[in-house]
Design a protein around this ligand. Structure first.
Ligand SMILES: Nc1ncnc2c1ncn2[C@@H]1O[C@H](COP(=O)(O)OP(=O)(O)OP(=O)(O)O)[C@@H](O)[C@H]1O
Length: 570
């Protein structure tokens, strides 16, 4: 292993520039230096503002800077061309030469040619000098099981070793900084490297067939978390890349069947790190890390209350807010995800996808612990623009009441018809309440989308996976409670919906339970959340929701690759 290292001082390029008198930029850099010196003087002098301004406006460096500015302005609109055709030809040639030099990796310093009189059987050596700067060398070493040789085990993408183009996986280490490594342990070599400052010299026997660079770049969403520090099997802990559920990773190397190299898209310029391959992580999860299945709401008392419309007195009818539907959702019959079900693959391949204006909108799914305000926010969103946002009309097997309209409050269907929807996997979620079934079908959602509207629904988290289809392309927003003291303040007048009391106020233990449930949901389902909104001040949360929904529809987003490939394939 070659651990990270700090401390090598690179020469200051500015200083190098200054020391060349013929440099045409000397005038400018000289002026800039004067500016700094003079400003420094002003800073430390006790002067009145007027004197300072007078001095400043008359100072030669300011005049010089203004001239520079004028010249730049003059050239800003012009296309710069070489003055003569000969200069033009020369500039083309210089450009091509620079291109070839980079393409052929024809870098300095040039090493002396190998002597002619190398004895028969002597292995050809490569001498590699690397200047350590503030980043890891980016390579790992191992001992060959049969020969006992010390080999470069892997070269990490984006690291110093890889960028030098001089060290390859499989190269045999002979010397490090003049010390012969034969017979040393990898740890001893690491120690030599850790102690070195500035230039490090490796003498290696090059691998006969260096690996090519034809890796396809793949992006994946992490469906689980990974902490290299807690994994005793990782070949090099320092080279490990920790990640959390939902992180998007750019996998840059999959040559090794067990350990891939990846970087987070949130840190694009960084050196890659080691992550377990999909196969290896699946095995590890099965062995150690599978979390306890999520238990949905268990605290509800036995139903004693009459079904009642919970409409908050809105000015127009919005489907999908009825108490029975909401209460039965908590007892959703969708099985909780757990071993044997749910997402087995630890990584999901994703692509950046931009919805075309002619496509139907993405389904907006709101998820959150009971009482956090999912329905309040959904209702507010729809009220903001009912022509744009709409809920799906749920199905029920209970009979229609006299004041209800089929297809408005519910689609009223027989038990057989309901069961047939369930069996044909057309129900996004369903549950039983007081002996009747309630649920939301994919077709009800599709009907809203087909009207050109944005369908907004709330789901229990174990239903998210059912909704994740390429037709609906759900964008999942997790509504999260803020901290306990803020919640106590903001929920002073809020009412919980239960099946045993109407208009019950939140007690401290309700808020506590909400927080715990939110944590559980995030731990187990965080990989599915495209966005998180903390519902503290209602107005702010609502504004946040409007902007998140807008972005989900109009800006490129990471979506499962299968959603897009099934589109292009059809
Ligand atoms: N940010 C907020 N500030 C104050 N009160 C809020 C806020 N958000 C929601 N509420 C209130 O909290 C109560 C519960 O909200 P809501 O009914 O939307 O919960 P829910 O998440 O849909 O829960 P359930 O799924 O159990 O119905 C309501 O009285 C609602 O008006």
């Amino acid at each position: 292993m070659i651990p990270s290292d700090k401390g090598a001082d690179m020469p200051d390029t500015e200083d190098l520039k200054r020391s060349t008198p013929s440099n045409p930029e000397n005038g400018l850099s000289q002026t800039l230096r004067l500016v700094l010196q003079e400003l420094n003087l002003f800073y430390s002098r006790d002067v009145s503002g007027l004197c300072l301004l007078y001095d400043l406006l008359h100072s030669p460096w300011l005049q010089a800077l203004l001239k520079v500015y004028d010249s730049l302005q003059e050239f800003k609109g012009k296309k710069l061309l070489p003055a003569t055709s000969r200069a033009q030809a020369l500039s083309h040639e210089a450009l091509l030469r620079a291109h070839d030099t980079v393409a052929q990796r024809d870098f300095e310093p040039l090493l002396p040619p190998l002597p002619d009189n190398i004895p028969e059987g002597e292995e050809a050596m490569r001498i590699v000098c690397l200047v350590k700067n503030q980043q890891p060398l980016g390579a790992t070493i191992k001992r060959h099981e049969m020969t006992g040789d010390l080999l470069v085990a892997r070269v990490i993408r984006g690291g110093l070793a890889e960028r030098s183009g001089l060290l390859y996986a499989g190269d045999k280490l002979v010397e490090v900084n003049g010390v012969a490594v034969e017979g040393l342990d990898p740890e001893q070599v690491i120690h030599i490297l850790a102690m070195s400052r500035g230039t490090i010299m490796f003498k290696v026997v090059p691998v006969s067939d260096p690996p090519g660079n034809s890796q396809k770049m793949v992006y994946v969403r992490a469906m689980t978390e990974y902490w290299p520090q807690e994994d005793p099997t990782i070949p090099c802990t320092e080279a490990g890349l920790p990640f959390q559920k939902g992180d998007i990773l750019q996998v840059v190397d999959q040559t090794d069947a067990l350990w891939w190299q990846a970087r987070k898209i949130s840190d694009p310029g960084t050196c890659a790190g080691l992550i377990p391959s999909s196969h290896l992580l699946t095995r590890k999860r099965r062995e150690f890390w599978w979390p306890q299945p999520y238990q949905p709401h268990t605290h509800l008392k036995s139903p004693t209350y009459k079904e009642e419309f919970v409409g908050y007195g809105q000015k127009f009818f919005i489907a999908g807010f009825r108490r029975s539907m909401r209460l039965c959702r908590r007892k959703s019959l969708l099985p909780a995800l757990g071993p044997g079900r749910g997402p087995r693959a630890p990584y999901e391949e994703v692509v950046r996808h931009q919805r075309r204006p002619s496509d139907t909108h993405r389904l907006i799914v709101l998820v959150g612990p009971s009482g956090v305000g999912v329905n309040e926010l959904r209702r507010q969103l729809i009220e903001v623009n009912p022509d744009r946002f709409q809920s799906a009309v749920p199905h029920t097997t209970r009979s229609k009441k006299s004041y209800e309209v089929d297809g408005r409050e519910y689609h009223y269907v027989s038990k057989e018809a309901f069961e047939s929807l369930v069996c044909s996997h057309r129900m996004l979620e369903y549950g039983e309440y007081k002996g009747h079934f309630y649920g939301t079908s994919m077709d009800a959602v599709q009907a809203v989308l087909n009207e050109g509207k944005i369908c907004v629904m709330d789901l229990e988290p174990q239903g998210i996976q059912v909704a994740r289809t390429h037709e609906l392309k759900p964008y999942v927003i997790f509504i999260k409670p803020s901290n306990l003291s803020s919640m106590k303040q903001s929920r002073k007048n809020a009412k919980i919906i239960t099946d045993y009391f109407v208009d019950m106020k939140f007690k401290d233990e309700d808020l506590q339970e909400m927080e715990e449930l939110a944590q559980k949901m995030e731990t187990q389902f965080g990989q599915f959340f495209d966005h998180v909104i903390v519902n503290d001040i209602l107005q702010d949360a609502c504004a946040h929701l409007v902007s998140a929904v807008q972005k989900a529809q109009e800006e490129p987003q990471w979506v499962p690759a299968t959603w897009v490939s099934s589109e292009t394939g059809s």
